[in-house]
Structure formats: C-alpha cells, structure tokens
Write a protein that binds this ligand. Structure first.
Ligand code: EUG
Length: 601
C-alpha cells in the first residue's frame, strides 16, 4: 500500500477490534490518520539484521524452542518477527518495536510475538521461557507512546501481547462503582461498555488519548484528568503471574469467596501491589479499577495568562486551591506552543526556518485564534450541580485574577473544534484522540517525553521551565511544557517531537533528553516515568544511600526471577545474569542497546 492509500484506508473500530476507535471518534481518527500518512516520507525499509536471536541462546536452539511454543499455543498464536518493520500509527501500532524509535529502528525489536488466551497460557509461556532461558517482554496493548511503545528493552525478547486475546471486561459493578478488566481493555472500550449498559451514573477516567490499556497505563502509573486521575491510586486488586509461573491475587483477592476484591485494595499483610508497578517482577493479567460517580454536573473553565513570568505566582495560587480540592481535577497548565501544535497543522505552516519557531510567531498565531494571545492556559473543571460549582468557581476566579492580564475565556465563544473542548471531554471522563494531532508538527513525527515531578511551587516550576527552555534552545528544539497538577505535586510533561527519519534530529532529541535528566537530578528533581532508552539513566538518579533502592530492587528481582527472564532491564532493573556486562544504556553507551552476553548456567 502506498502512503496515500494508507491515509485513505479505514480505521479499525470497536467492538470489532479490541484496540479500535469508538464510532463517535471515527471521523476524527480518520482525519488524524490522513494527516500522518499524507506527510510521511520515511520509507518502509527492508530488514538488515535478521534473524533476531536474543543473547544467551544459540540460534538453532532458539528456533527449536519457538517451534515448541508454537506447538503448545497453536500456530496462529506465535508470529516470528522477520518481516519489514511497519510503523503504522497510533490506532494501528506495531507490537514488535517502537514505532517512534529514537535509536536505529532495528535496535529495540522483538524476535517473536505470542498471544496467550488465558492466565494459564501466560503461565505456560513463563515456564517455557525459564526452561530455555529466553527473555520475555509482556505488553498489554503496547501503546505507551513517548515511552517506548511496544518495544522490549532487550533486543530479541519474545513479546507477550496479552491484549489481543485477553481483552474482556470481566465485571462492571454499578453499586460498588468498580470494574475488573483484562490487559486488552482500552479506556475507549471501557467507556463504550459503560455507555452500552446505560450506566450513566458512572464515569471512567481517561488519559489524553484513550487508546491505551487500562492495566498498562495504570501499572505504569499514568495519569488522567478527572478527580480519579491518579490511576494507580484508584486501582484495587491485581492478578499476577510471577516470573517462576505461580499466580497470585493481591489484596482481598487472596481470600477465597471474597466479595471485596475491588472495594478494599489492601487485604491483610504487606501491600504487594507496589512491586508490580513500573517493574519487571510479574505479569498483571487482571486488575480492578474504581469508577467515579457522575457528579451531577460539570463545567470546564479556561484562564489565560500573558507572560512567561506569570508561571511562579500562578503556581503559588494553584497550590492551596488544589490541595484543598477547590481545584478538583488533575488540570493542565499549558504553554501556548503546545496548544497551537495540538491543532494538527505542520510546523511549516507557521515557520520554515530551522531552530525553534520564534516566540513572536507563536504569539501572533495565538492572537488570531478564538482564545487570543497568551503564554499560559489553565484548563480545569468544576464538578457538581451548579450551586456547588458556583462557590468553587468564584473562589478560583478571584484568585486567578490576581495575575495581571488574566483572562477567563467564555466557552460559548469557542468553536466546536477548539482544543478547549477536547480538554472538556477528557476532564469529564470521555476519551478523545485530539492530543495525537501534535505528532504532525514534523513529517514522520515521533515523540519522547521528559516528565519530572515537583511540588506545586513557583520556584520549582520556574527552575524546571528554565532548565527545559535552555536545553531546547541549545539543541534547536521547539519547547512544549505542560504542567499536570496532581494533588500535592505536579508532573511537568515536556514532549519532544522529532522527525524520526532525520538522524540528526533524533540524535539531538536524545542528547537534549539526557541533558535534562541530569540537569534535573542535580537540582533534586526526578522523573515519574521514562522512555526505555532513558530508564538506566533515570534509575541511576534515584541513588540515595549508595544506590540502596536499586540494590533492594535487584534483591527482589533475583529472588522472584532467578533465571532473569522477565523484561530484563525494564525500569533499570537488571537480573543477575545481565549485570556487569554493559547492558545499561547511558550517554556513553550511545545508540547501542545490547551488552556483552549473559551469564550462562
Ligand atoms: C502527557 C501526560 C503525561 C505523560 C505523557 C503525556 C500529556 C501530554 C501526565 O502524564 O506521561 C499533553
């Protein structure tokens, strides 16, 4: 298929495809897809480095082992990754590699993909991996874009695509406001199922884009934008396959015959769930999630602020309002640059020079828009019936107006396709696809995030903003800061968008990210989550007590996964067999992801 044909080909929908788009977003998704393929220039390349065999096993033994697993699971449930790497796009992404690769595209690739249909089959795969000492890498749906997508950290790992066949919503409880899901349930699918049942008294919480797995996003501690935006805090109960094959249920799930698995997350004894998030200690096959009561009304609001220097005083205003829940949701404070990019127009529409688009152009563009010129835009939502909202909105208004030049935008003046309405839907638990549009900023657009956390303070916001701005200027990259305000902290999200067919821009993006991680750590800031390629570096910044936390993680890893088969290196945790052999990716290791072999037994 040519890219033009691809642009025009249809988008998979729910419920036919578990990872499809809901029909209410179909038109938008078609437009987004068209935009991406119409500007794509990166050719589909033939593979250079085949076959992919993971280190630690001979080629023939590996092929023999794959044949054995194929026999066990059925031929249709194992695919060898020996075809050209097709990148697809958000709604039709590959499960073999990172479609937004920042390295050579054949670096972080799977050797094969398997599709288990049950927890028992996941156990079988784990037993097989232990028998042959083959690295396995589980994905739920493998979106995780900006953080490595579906790619395994160890080249040649066998990817376990859990979502393709394990995508059932096992329970939706309209009295307890909970659900129980398998890995292949997306935010789109959960939303649709709740609508289909007519449960309009319950809301879900969705990230900016709803195509990701509820389990995948939650165990990676992703964020959404209602009062239930801290997904990890809102989950209740896991079923986990351990690296040696046993299955456990956490919390109340351990008590046979219980009816409290999804209503009381802790159970009795140590709270085990934590070690299964951002780790490589187990494979989550079921998860409970709490749902939010429909608050009986909601109202989005948007304020703009004129100057970059408004950031610090604004944060001082936001903190007490947020901690006391007058500001009720995970809101975003976005820089004008990103709001303009979210419209989906290529950067060349505004500027054809090199280096960052000049600030004067961004402001001129904003001035022409329905929102008007500004530097910062705060997108929030008040929940509840109108008399409840009125009290909170009045307090917010009097506080926000202390910033000279603050403007409250009247939503009735904004056209239906204005970015504001996408934030409105997402903050009301209605998943959207608008945020994807900024990948069109460059041809072959890819993105990687820099995501440090800090308290909600003016000094911290300014320090992180200045740090990012300086490095982006140094590398000639457009700077797109967005602060996502949690309850007592904020995640600064800086998405770097680059042309993944342009080696120089890819290299600049990675160098910029590495510098920002180190700069932030020197000032005492760490990332809440990171890309596969940056995991060793980020883990290395959490070094208090001579790396005491990593030593603890390694102890757990070696105890739970003695053969080191499960997602080696994920989150910087390397099993014993891999340690001391140069597997860590750092600035010095450059663009190579593999080390020098593994310990043989
Ligand atoms: C976004 C937010 C995230 C993240 C990646 C992207 C949104 C960008 C709060 O977490 O990790 C607009």
């Amino acid at each position: 298929m040519s890219f033009a044909e691809e642009a025009a080909s249809d988008v998979p929908t729910l419920p036919g495809t578990h990872s499809g788009i809901p029909t209410y977003l179909l038109e938008k998704a078609r437009k987004a897809k068209g935009g991406i393929f119409e500007t794509r220039t990166k050719p589909r390349a033939e593979r250079q480095r085949l076959p992919v065999v993971p280190q630690g096993i001979e080629r023939d033994a590996f092929l023999q082992a794959l044949a054995e697993l194929k026999e066990e699971l059925g031929a249709e449930n194992l695919e060898v990754n020996d075809k050209p790497l097709t990148d697809g796009w958000y709604m039709e992404h590959p499960n073999t590699h990172d479609m937004m690769t920042i390295l050579d595209e054949e670096e972080l690739v799977a050797s094969a993909v398997v599709y288990p249909g049950s927890t028992e089959e996941v156990q079988q795969i784990v037993a097989w991996a232990n028998k042959h000492r083959i690295p396995i890498f589980p994905i739920s749906m493998g979106r995780n874009l900006g953080y490595g997508g579906a790619a395994p950290r160890v080249r040649g790992s066998v990817t376990i695509d859990l979502g393709k066949r394990m995508n059932k919503i096992l329970d939706i409880n309209p009295e307890d406001f909970t659900c129980l899901v398998e890995p292949g349930v997306s935010f789109y699918a959960l939303y649709e199922a709740i609508q289909a049942k007519g449960y309009d008294h319950m809301w879900i919480d969705s990230p900016d884009l709803g195509g990701g797995s509820v389990i995948g996003n939650t165990v990676d501690r992703g964020v959404g934008y209602t009062p239930y935006g801290d997904h990890w805090a809102c989950h209740a109960g896991l079923e986990v396959v351990l690296p040696t094959g046993e299955v456990i249920r956490t919390g109340m799930g351990a008590l046979p015959g219980n009816n409290t698995w999804q209503t009381f997350p802790y159970g009795f004894g140590p709270y085990s769930d934590g070690i299964f998030s951002q780790s490589n200690f187990g494979i989550v096959t079921k998860m409970g999630m709490t749902l939010m009561p429909n608050p009986g009304g909601y109202e989005s609001f948007m304020y703009t602020f004129p100057k970059e220097e408004d950031l610090a005083p604004l944060m001082e205003i936001i903190r007490p309002l947020r901690i006391s829940n007058i500001l009720e949701n995970v809101a975003q404070l976005r820089h004008v640059s990103q709001s303009i990019a979210a419209r989906g127009l290529p950067r060349s529409t505004f500027y054809t020079g090199s280096g960052p688009v000049p600030s004067s152009i961004l402001h001129a563009e904003a001035a022409k828009s329905p929102v008007g010129d500004h530097t910062w835009a705060y997108y929030g939502m008040a929940y509840g019936p109108s008399h409840i909202r009125a009290h909170k909105l009045a307090l917010i208004d009097s506080e926000f107006r202390k910033i000279p030049g603050a403007r409250k935008i009247d939503p009735s003046t904004l056209p239906a396709d204005e970015y504001f309405w996408s934030r409105d839907r997402v903050a009301a638990g209605i998943p959207d696809i608008q945020e994807l549009r900024w990948v069109n900023w460059t041809p072959n657009g890819a993105h990687v995030a820099f995501s440090p956390v800090s308290p909600i303070r003016g000094t911290d916001a300014t320090a992180l903003f200045e740090l990012g701005k300086k490095r982006h200027e140094q590398y000639g990259i457009d700077f797109w800061p967005a602060f996502c305000v949690g309850l007592r902290e904020m995640h600064l999200i800086v998405e770097i968008v680059f042309d993944r067919h342009d080696l120089e821009r890819k290299t600049a993006a990675l160098a910029c990210l590495r510098d920002m991680v180190d700069d932030a750590a020197r000032l005492g800031y760490g990332e809440y989550r990171t890309h596969l390629v940056l995991m060793d570096q980020v883990a290395g910044t959490y070094s208090w007590g001579d790396g005491a936390l990593m030593k603890f993680n390694e102890k757990i890893k070696d105890a739970l996964d003695p053969n080191g088969i499960l997602a080696p290196g994920r989150c910087g945790i390397w099993p014993r067999r891999y340690r001391g052999r140069g597997w860590e990716m750092t600035r010095e290791s450059g663009l190579v992801s593999e080390g020098r072999g593994v310990e043989m037994d």
